[in-house]
Design a protein around this ligand. Structure first.
Ligand code: TMP
Ligand code: ZN
Length: 409
């Protein structure tokens, strides 16, 4: 349902500065027989002129997004595996997590950081609303709760397990429309010296890279430090450090503790100043982003149309959720992209949402190397180049920060 006020501060001053138009559910890969029941909604971002929270004006029912057949399996990426292993090591070294102290991770998908803590015999709990991935994590021995996290779940965990020293949400917070409920839950569950670590795509990176494909149904919010500070103000919480990350195409990790418990780092103050200078309350920032999206769209369509007119075979690499926004916003279908290759079993031999481009497995890509490959999973670029540089001789197309063709990487 369309909102008429900010999801967090309830201000009516929300500014709908652009729309991406009619959009299907980004991860709803489908079979031909299901075309007639495909669900569409309007994908449009707004920003709150008071708390600066960047959010979707409408989000399909979360039950439609995070269900028993959630198509995203985090463990398909080896880079993300290392990312979570490193994080599990750093919560032990930096914050002194002890084996009997509780570490909770929400949205840990089929493993996450708690999987590595489990391997080291640390007290842990993963909480994920999608049953299929939660079951996979449980089958690896991770303590799992299959639920949507909020105040009530927090109270129940607190009464059974005690307070949490570490609370992690990696690529999760942006997915939860009732943001206040999550913060209430964290406020309830976090110990006095506890640390809430949350990381998500970073709004300033989205602007700088014109990576508008981060905007899709699951990302109901794209956070900035300014908005995160404003959210924490309502609770006994404050951001004391931030860490920019290369993951998900440019993310920010926020370290949040009880007010006054941790020293505020220089790095946090630097990012705060940078955002203050940018002025996220000023409409011109958003208008410039809108203009960049429109340029990206026309350049991409022009390039693909020209290449197809020359008879080139063009494939997409990685049937990402992000690519659903690109193809539907730019009106690109199988006339312009012949197929998309992906390694995820639940996506293979299905059609892409909305534009119905076929998804084929990796072997198909190897057997039918295209002339041009559009790197849709651009956030996994290094991993993909490593895999393809010796085998694939065609050209690559990328869209961040601008549409470009590369003879090789
Ligand atoms: P993500 O951007 O949401 O992480 O999704 C990445 C998608 O790309 C996921 O469906 C798996 C796919 N993929 C491949 O097919 N091959 C690869 O080498 C990598 C890294 C990802
Ligand atoms: Zn607001």
């Amino acid at each position: 349902m369309e909102i008429d006020s900010c999801r967090f501060c309830k201000s009516k001053n929300i500014n709908k500065f652009m729309t991406y138009g009619k959009m299907p559910i980004a991860n709803a890969f489908l079979l031909e027989q299901d075309y007639s029941s495909e669900f569409f909604f309007e994908l449009a971002p707004v920003y709150c002129e008071d708390c600066c929270l960047f959010q979707l004006i409408d989000q399909p029912d979360p039950e439609l997004l995070f269900h028993d057949e959630y198509a995203f399996h985090a463990s398909t990426s080896t880079v993300m595996q290392k990312h979570f292993k490193d994080l599990s090591d750093s919560v032990i070294t930096r914050f002194g997590l002890k084996q009997d102290q509780l570490a909770v991770e929400i949205g840990n998908n089929d493993g996450g950081m708690v999987h590595y803590l489990k391997e080291m015999n640390y007290n842990h709990l993963g909480i994920d609303p999608s049953k299929n991935v939660a079951d996979i994590a449980a089958s690896k021995g991770v303590n799992m709760l299959n639920a949507f996290f909020g105040r009530e779940v927090a109270q129940s965990v607190l009464s059974k397990e005690g307070p949490a020293k570490i609370f992690l949400a990696a690529n999760t917070l942006a997915h939860i429309p009732d943001i206040s409920s999550v913060f209430q839950g964290v406020d309830e569950l976090l110990s006095k010296d506890g640390v809430f670590i949350t990381e998500d795509p970073y709004l300033i990176n989205v602007f700088e890279k014109t990576s508008y494909d981060q905007i899709y149904d699951e990302h109901v919010f794209i956070f900035s430090l300014t908005a995160m500070n404003n959210i924490c103000t309502d609770f006994d919480l404050e951001v004391f450090d931030v860490e920019p990350l290369p993951t998900a195409g440019g993310s920010m990790r926020y370290f949040i503790g009880r007010k006054g418990q941790n020293e505020i780092t220089e790095r946090k103050m630097e990012f705060e100043e940078k955002e203050n200078n940018l002025n996220l309350k000023d409409e011109s920032v958003y208008k410039k982003f809108k203009q960049n999206c429109e340029t990206s769209k026309s350049d991409l369509v022009k390039l693909l149309t020209e290449l197809k007119a020359e008879g080139k075979l063009i494939a997409g690499y990685g049937a990402t959720s992000k690519s659903t926004t690109i193809f539907n916003y730019c009106d690109i279908d199988s006339n312009l992209i012949d197929y998309i290759t992906d390694t995820t079993p639940t996506k293979i031999n299905k059609m892409s949402p909305g534009k119905h481009i076929p998804i084929y497995d990796y072997q198909y890509f190897c057997d039918n190397h295209p002339d041009y490959t559009y790197l849709l999973a651009w956030n996994h670029k290094n991993e993909i180049i490593k895999k393809e540089s010796d085998k694939y001789n065609g050209k690559w197309i990328t869209h961040t920060p601008i549409i470009e063709v590369h003879d090789s990487f």
